[in-house]
Design a protein around this ligand. Structure first.
Ligand code: SF4
Length: 302
């Protein structure tokens, strides 16, 4: 049986009305990214809440997509709304043949998983929650050739995905554990590895020892928890407060990204970053590095 939000746990910060967030929220940010006109963060509680009830139509569908995507089933409706249409919106196209899978998993703290659709075989970046409706949609879109795992925290339902799609799982050796010891393709060291002519695995140790990014068509860089966009959309950031392995190494890994062309950064957590050109993306990298290396570097990201 699907988990459901409970009205008895409704947060007092929610505005009156049908849609609500309950106290099981883990503050993953997914709902706020998907429907900022409806969800906001209650800083005192460290949780999301409904700051405005959605209008009928697209705004309500978007709010229900957040309900579907929530990793902890913390969003609910008093009237028990039908979410089938919202669920069918995933994977959600974000342009360039890339889609956000929704259906985040609490096992990866609500990390975002991305589907890259390509004639030579689709790529799934990190694991969504393996909900049947999502897997059926992915199958209808051509299935999964590779499951690229950016790091140990975001592997969630990788074994279920392997069984369903027969995909080749790709992960860096330094992040393998008992649960991922049987992945089909292991990347080692710091050298980039080409999965195909338009897919390059770039090891970026720092957040974890075996973090890796995936570069697609010299345009999209999937970064896991290595690097993400700033809230205002103008820059790039990473945080030492969520760096589990080595902050100096993470900064060096960001520095090495200057050797690659890309325009979009699609992370596991945090906003997507979109630059107007590869040069503008490099400028954003340089701006982040100047901050990280400078006197304020110790405080970057808190
Ligand atoms: S998606 Fe769910 S867990 Fe994440 S911030 Fe929103 S209510 Fe909380």
């Amino acid at each position: 049986m699907e988990a459901m939000a409970r009205a008895s746990l409704r947060l007092p910060q929610n505005v009156e009305g049908d849609l609500f967030v309950d106290s099981t929220c883990i503050d993953c940010d997914t709902c706020r990214q998907l429907a900022p006109e409806v969800f906001a963060r209650a800083d005192d509680a460290g949780m999301s809440y409904v700051h405005r009830q959605p209008a009928a139509g697209e705004e309500r569908t978007r709010a229900l997509m957040a309900l579907v995507a929530c990793p902890t089933a913390s969003i609910g409706t008093v009237a028990k709304a039908d979410t089938a249409e919202a669920a069918r919106r995933f994977p959600m196209d974000v342009g360039g043949g890339v889609s956000f899978c929704g259906f985040t998993s609490k096992d990866s703290f609500g990390a975002w998983s991305w589907l890259v659709r390509r004639p030579e075989g689709n790529v799934l970046v990190d694991s969504p929650r393996a909900a049947g409706v999502l897997l059926d949609r992915i199958e209808a879109m051509g299935g999964v050739r590779w499951l690229f795992l950016t790091h140990a925290d975001d592997v969630a339902d990788h074994a279920v995905l392997r069984r369903r799609f027969g995909c080749e799982r790709v992960m860096h050796a330094d992040d393998l554990s008992a649960g991922t010891a049987d992945v089909e393709r292991v990347v080692e060291g710091l050298e980039p590895v080409a999965l195909d002519k338009d897919l390059l695995v770039i090891p970026v140790p720092g957040h974890t020892a075996g973090s890796a990014a995936l570069l697609y068509r010299e345009r999209d860089l999937f970064t896991g928890d290595h690097l993400w966009g700033t809230e205002d959309g103008t820059g790039l950031e990473a945080s030492r407060s969520v760096c589990w392995h080595s902050w100096p190494e993470q900064v060096r890994s960001v520095e090495r990204l200057l050797g690659y062309r890309f325009e979009r950064v699609l992370p596991g957590h945090g906003p997507v970053f979109k630059a107007s050109s590869p040069a503008a993306a490099h400028e954003a990298l340089e701006a982040f590095l100047a901050l990280a290396r400078g006197p304020a570097g110790r405080a970057v990201g808190g």
